[in-house]
Design a protein around this ligand. Structure first.
Ligand SMILES: *Cc1c(COP(=O)(O)O)cnc(C)c1O
Length: 468
């Protein structure tokens, strides 16, 4: 019996109705894909028809706090719970508000990359990361005992802990660290047939290291494995890794994307299809990885974003491009000031020509839909950087404690300027040796510049540095 015959006339009626709806969605998607970045960011897939027909004309995407959807009858319930029609039966794995955010992110990350994409929004960046990597660390029938993956060591402190403790110590999965993510030969030397994926962060937090995105994607693909990249600090306004072959992009939405600092969130975005040699019978695994994760592992583990958080993220996302432009320009000005300051012995900013990772950042970080007058996009380097204060670590603490305007917090990506000392905060847990390996000395202050007038930030830094 074919699937078609199996269903009762009542269920079939709902499938037919859904086809009409899906057709409309498809048309909306095609239309939206032709819009510019800012237009997609402002509207996403929330169309006029959707507002009028489904949401009482609400101009802004409504916040659906309800945990579940009610159905008209048993036939609709059956169709929905068999995934035969679009539904959001239960908020742990689908919610209309979160869905608008997922589509906006999928479209922005896929913008002008030539790739179709899908996206899953999660409760936090860490849960998006966990869900993405876990799918490739599964046991395979007749597979090897020992598996590994290769990762840059210059990554977010939480990701380092996740890899070194949760994966290596607790599960015996070997993490092969790459110390110089810009060095392709180092990556090559760490891969073998039991390597499940390559992972990097670009730009990395807080070291601002970079990698050759295209070269790493090509290298991964030559081994039939995916390249997973965390580009939280770039955001799709400054870099879209799918254009260079990356398979999966991870974001902490908690950072620059939700710059207001009002919500936590994460996103797993994937291209269609991804490269992998993992055997998984589910057709979506390769074809639409983010959707696969959403319908299966995510459903079964539960790190769902709260719809309120999704709406905050969606709201901030609308102005992402212009905001990243402004914040990058402010950072350039502040970094320029610090470079000249006699109490500062090192400034690490991607926009600085002398910085080790500048050439790679210059190649990849460009403000989307900008024009330098000669038909090229303008480089913008984000709003994260670090500087190192002369003398013993106490000096850095003194400067840090002297800020009047800049907030002292482990946070970043905000509309407000925020600073931290990574060695005693974000990178505390990993220990001195790992910090030395990752080049996070106690003299380093990480600064993420906000949307204040940069002259006021400079004045705050100046008074504090001069108090030494
Ligand atoms: C903060 C951060 C994460 C983790 O995201 P959460 O939303 O805090 O869970 C992952 N990667 C990078 C680069 C980050 O800065």
């Amino acid at each position: 019996m074919s699937d078609e015959q199996k269903y009762s006339p009542g269920v079939k009626k709902y499938i037919k109705e859904a086809e009409k709806f899906l057709d409309q969605k498809k048309k909306a998607l095609e239309r939206t894909k032709n819009f510019k970045f800012d237009t997609i960011a402002v509207h996403g897939l929330y169309t006029v028809e959707e507002a009028l027909n489904l949401n009482q004309g609400a101009v802004i995407e409504p916040l659906y706090l309800s945990t579940a959807q009610a159905y008209r009858d048993s036939d609709e319930l059956e169709a929905a719970l068999s995934y035969l029609i679009p539904t959001w039966c239960y908020s742990r794995f689908a919610n209309p508000t979160t869905y608008y955010l997922e589509w906006a992110l999928a479209l922005l990350e896929g913008y002008q990359t030539g790739c179709d994409t899908s996206c899953l929004v999660t409760a936090s960046g860490m849960s998006a990361l966990m869900l993405a990597v876990d799918c490739f660390l599964v046991k395979q029938t007749n597979g090897p005992e020992k598996i590994n993956f290769v990762s840059s060591i210059q990554i977010y402190g939480g990701t380092f802990q996740h890899f070194s403790v949760r994966k290596m110590q607790e599960r015996g999965i070997e993490v092969r660290w790459v110390h110089h993510p810009e060095d392709l030969e180092e990556w090559e030397s760490k891969i073998d047939e039991n390597t499940r994926f390559l992972f990097s962060e670009a730009p990395s937090n807080p070291q601002l290291s970079f990698c050759d995105v295209k070269a790493l994607a090509d290298l991964a693909h030559s081994w039939d494995i995916p390249f997973i990249i965390d580009s939280t600090c770039a955001t799709p306004a400054l870099m879209r890794p799918f254009a260079y072959g990356a398979d999966i992009v991870i974001h902490s939405l908690t950072k620059s994307i939700t710059a207001s600092g009002l919500a936590m969130g994460g996103a797993l975005v994937s291209r269609k299809p991804i490269v992998t040699k993992i055997k998984n019978d589910h057709p979506l695994f390769k074809e639409s990885f983010a959707e696969y994760v959403k319908f299966l592992p995510f459903r079964d583990t539960g790190p769902a974003a709260s719809p309120t958080n999704a709406l905050f993220a969606l709201n901030d996302l609308r102005t992402l491009r212009s905001r990243m432009d402004l914040l990058s320009q402010n950072s350039e000005k502040v970094a320029g000031f610090l470079e000249q300051h006699p109490r500062v012995y090192q400034v690490d900013y991607l926009g600085q020509e002398s910085f080790l990772y500048h050439p790679l950042a210059k190649k990849y970080m460009k403000l989307v839909d900008s024009d330098d007058g000669k038909g090229h996009e303008i480089n913008r380097y984000g709003h994260l950087f670090s500087f190192r204060v002369d003398g013993p670590p106490q000096n850095a603490r003194k400067v840090f404690d002297g800020f009047n305007l800049i907030m002292r917090a482990g946070d970043l990506g905000r509309i407000k300027s925020i600073a931290t000392i990574p060695a005693i905060s974000t990178h505390l847990q990993q220990g001195e040796e790992a910090r030395a390996n990752a080049d996070v000395p106690p003299q380093m202050i990480r600064l993420c510049v906000g949307a204040e007038d940069p002259d006021d930030i400079i004045a705050d830094l100046d008074q504090s540095l001069n108090s030494l």
